[in-house]
Write a protein that binds this ligand. Structure first.
Ligand code: C2O
Ligand code: CU
Length: 492
């Protein structure tokens, strides 16, 4: 059976007065004096984990576990996290998807000095939006995340949807050697120029799972978080009908996933409602089908012998909206952003297009004459990926803003992916509406903080730039980010 994640939680839910404040929805920023405050300490250190029995291996961990502790608080509360860095190198923590003040965003040399080895830092911010978020380092994240530094951050609605169980599955992807250690080839040129460090061992909450126990008739809210550095998931819950109720923590009109596949690029989250409709005593496989030809069974839903109820409940599915400012799309300036680079650049991408299918970045890439062309490019420059012609250098400590966005105004970012690869594009400090793909308005105008852009695709996003500061805009295939695919947007 699939083990429950180890949770540690040190919460100070203060008083009746505090929960009375919390009940005032829509959320108004509560003063620190009255808001319930959660305090937690996170210690980043080298430890040992057992992803799959019997082997134990060294990994980098928050509070000794992978994922790190699930931080859970309620919308409107304030979170205070004291971070101790016991790693042999610098680190920071980024609160992915949470609209924090700039100084709390955890980007080294942009929003804060990195936390040195042996040093500490305190992050503190209000939980403005409810939803499924996560935390991870933003210093050498292609290595630190791949070594195991990540954890879930759940901000509960004041009035959550009714379910029998609220479950988090944090998906991890590891590249292990034959002897069962983490492969040390972080940031190698091949990973940077192709689809990133796709590993060979997928975990749910830090374990290679066997079964996940469920009961017929049970309604589960499943919070999926993709913490992989590079792997994209396309999950098929065969025989079940998952309903998407939130994307990247933000509520969306409840709907069935396109083509029945729940797709999560790196860093993305999907909240599902699943009614367990299998028969008592049966098993049903959850299969990853993103990369064609590389399907694998992620986990089995294992039905208990006793049903919970015979019929699915008819409780409402929709979540209350978060207090996001609505962009004025028509009046907004349009900023063009073009992605280039990677192996098999523009010319070959067209030829590859047909054969790549849904799982573009799958195993077929090696067998092509264009290999040499890409190789030449790769030899002549250390920069692999470009945003509007610029490959950023994270180590330079001097990232100049690429775009200046007028504060409290609406903005459209029109992205063109002129590469042969998928890119999950993340903007810090804001959530944005995904308004169109290839010129067609999206059906749900969904709010996201990370949008998966397919090879050759054009995607437009819109948002109100209401959070002042210098914000990262980057690909969340962390090896692409390391290869230059990042920029700074200044909101002022
Ligand atoms: Cu989840 Cu800039 O990162
Ligand atoms: Cu990318």
């Amino acid at each position: 059976r699939y083990p429950a994640p180890a949770l540690t939680r040190r919460a100070f839910i203060a008083s009746a007065a505090a929960s009375a404040t919390g009940a005032m929805f829509p959320f108004l920023p509560a003063s620190p004096a009255t808001a319930a405050q959660h305090e937690i300490s996170l210690r980043a250190a080298i430890g040992r984990v057992r992803l799959v029995p019997p082997g134990e291996m060294a990994a980098w961990l928050y509070n000794g576990t992978v994922p790190g502790p699930e931080i859970r608080l309620r919308q409107g509360e304030r979170l205070r996290v004291a971070v101790d860095n016991a790693l042999p190198e610098e680190t920071t923590i980024h609160w992915h998807g949470v609209r924090v003040p700039n100084a709390m965003d955890g980007v080294p040399n942009l929003t804060q000095k990195p936390i040195g080895a042996g040093e500490s830092f305190v992050y503190e911010f209000d939980a403005t939006d409810a939803g499924t978020f996560w935390y991870h380092p933003h210093h050498k994240s292609f290595e630190q995340v791949a070594r195991g530094l990540y954890g879930p951050l759940i901000i509960e609605e004041l009035e959550p949807v009714r379910v029998d169980r609220d479950v988090t599955w944090m998906l991890g992807d590891w590249r292990l050697t034959k002897s069962g250690a983490i492969s040390e080839d972080f940031g190698n040129r091949h990973d940077i120029h192709h689809n990133g460090r796709v590993g060979n061992t997928v975990t749910i909450n830090g374990r290679v799972p066997d079964g996940f126990a469920v009961r017929k008739g049970e309604r589960i809210r499943l919070r999926l978080i993709n913490a992989a550095t590079a792997r994209i998931f396309g999950l098929d819950f065969a025989g079940h009908e998952p309903v998407v109720i939130a994307l990247d923590g933000q509520p969306v009109a409840p709907h069935a996933p396109d083509n029945g596949l729940v797709v999560l690029g790196p860093a993305m989250r999907v909240d599902l409602i699943i009614d367990m409709n299998g028969s008592a005593g049966s098993r049903a496989a959850v299969t990853d089908r993103f990369y064609e030809g590389l399907e694998f069974r992620l986990v089995d839903l294992v039905y208990d012998a006793t049903p919970l109820r015979e019929r699915a409940p008819d409780w409402p599915l929709a979540l209350p909206a978060n207090p996001l400012p609505e962009p004025d799309v028509k009046g907004a300036p349009r900023n063009e952003v073009v992605f280039t680079g990677g192996m098999m650049g523009e010319m070959v991408a067209r030829d590859m297009g047909e054969s790549m299918g849904r799982g573009a970045s799958g195993g077929k890439m090696g067998h092509t004459n264009s290999m040499m062309g890409g190789m030449m490019r790769m030899m002549t420059s250390s920069a692999a990926w470009f945003i509007n012609g610029v490959a950023a250098d994270e180590a330079s400590h001097d990232m100049k803003p690429m775009l200046a966005l007028a504060k409290d105004r609406s903005h459209v970012i029109a992205m063109t992916n002129a590469t042969a690869w998928h890119h999950p594009i993340h903007l810090h400090g804001h959530s944005f509406r995904v308004i169109s793909r290839n010129g067609q308005p999206t059906r749900h105008q969904e709010w996201q903080d990370t949008v998966l852009v397919s090879p050759r695709e054009k995607v437009e996003i819109a948002f109100v730039a209401d959070n002042p500061g210098d914000w990262m805009f980057h690909c969340h295939v962390l090896e692409h980010q390391a290869g230059g695919m990042m920029a700074v947007f200044r909101v002022a």
